[in-house]
Design a protein around this ligand. Structure first.
Ligand code: CA
Length: 222
C-alpha cells in the first residue's frame, strides 16, 4: 500500500514516514500543496494524507481540485484547526476523514486502516457497536433483541454499516438506495435516519450514526 503524505513540517513528515514504513506502507512525501496535487494526479496511491495549511496550495484546494478530476482515492486531512465547521469544510471538499493535530500515531493508523480496509463480508454479517446486521436473513439485532425495520430502513442501515468509519454522502445514499425514485429533495434521508435512530434506541450521546451537516452521515463504533 502506497501513501502520499503532503505536509510541510519536516518533524511531522519524518515521524509519519518512519512510523508508517514500520507498519509496512510505502511513503512518498510532498512538502507543498502544488507538488502534492501533481504527484497525486500523475502517480498511483492508495491513500493521501494531506495537511490543511500548506505552501503554494492549501490542503483544501488540493482536495477540491483532485476530486474535480474524478479521483476517488481516500483522503485523510491533518488539521490543527479544531472547530466542527473546519472539519465539515474538509469533508465537503472531498476528504474521507480528518484527524486533528496533535494526534496519536495509533489513532491515525487506525483511521488509515479503516480507509484501506476492503469491504468485509463475513457470511453476510456486519456489526456496529452492539448492533449486528445480517444481509442474508435481513435481520438486525441489538445484542440479542431483534429490531424490526422496513425494507428501505434496512437498506440505509446496511449502506452505512458497510461503509463504517467512512463519510457517506447524501447524494450517494440517494442514488444507491432510492435510485430512479430519487427526488431532488434528499430530506427523505433525514426522515429515515431519525426512524433508524429511534428504532435502534440510539441515545443522544452515542455516535453510531452521526450527522455531518451539509455532507451526509457516518456510522462509527461509538
Ligand atoms: Ca502545515
Amino acid at each position: 500500500m502506497r501513501i502520499l503524505v503532503v505536509e510541510d513540517e519536516s518533524g511531522i513528515t519524518s515521524f509519519l514516514k518512519q512510523g508508517l514504513e514500520e507498519e509496512g506502507y510505502a511513503i512518498d512525501i510532498a512538502v507543498d500543496g502544488q507538488t502534492g496535487l501533481e504527484k497525486a494526479l500523475t502517480e498511483n496511491f492508495d491513500l493521501l494524507l494531506v495537511d490543511w495549511m500548506l505552501p503554494r496550495l492549501t490542503g483544501l484546494e488540493l482536495c477540491k481540485t483532485y476530486r474535480k478530476e474524478n479521483k476517488d482515492t481516500p483522503i485523510i486531512f491533518l488539521t490543527a484547526r479544531d472547530t466542527v465547521q473546519d472539519a465539515v469544510f474538509g469533508l465537503q471538499a472531498g476528504a474521507n476523514d480528518y484527524i486533528r493535530k496533535p494526534f496519536h500515531f495509533e489513532e491515525l493508523l487506525e483511521r488509515i486502516k479503516v480507509q484501506l480496509r476492503p469491504v468485509s463480508d463475513q457470511h453476510g454479517i456486519f456489526t456496529l457497536g452492539p448492533f449486528s446486521l445480517n444481509t442474508e436473513t435481513h435481520q438486525v439485532f441489538k445484542k440479542e433483541v431483534e429490531i424490526s425495520l422496513t425494507q428501505k430502513e434496512f437498506q440505509l442501515l446496511e449502506y452505512l454499516i458497510r461503509h463504517k468509519g467512512k463519510v457517506c454522502r447524501r447524494k450517494k445514499i440517494m442514488d444507491t438506495i432510492w435510485g430512479m425514485d430519487a427526488t431532488s429533495d434528499s430530506g427523505v434521508i433525514d426522515v429515515f435516519i431519525n426512524a433508524l435512530r429511534k428504532k435502534m434506541k440510539i441515545q443522544k450521546d452515542e455516535e453510531y450514526i452521526q450527522t455531518i451537516r451539509g455532507v451526509g452521515y457516518i456510522a462509527r463504533e461509538s
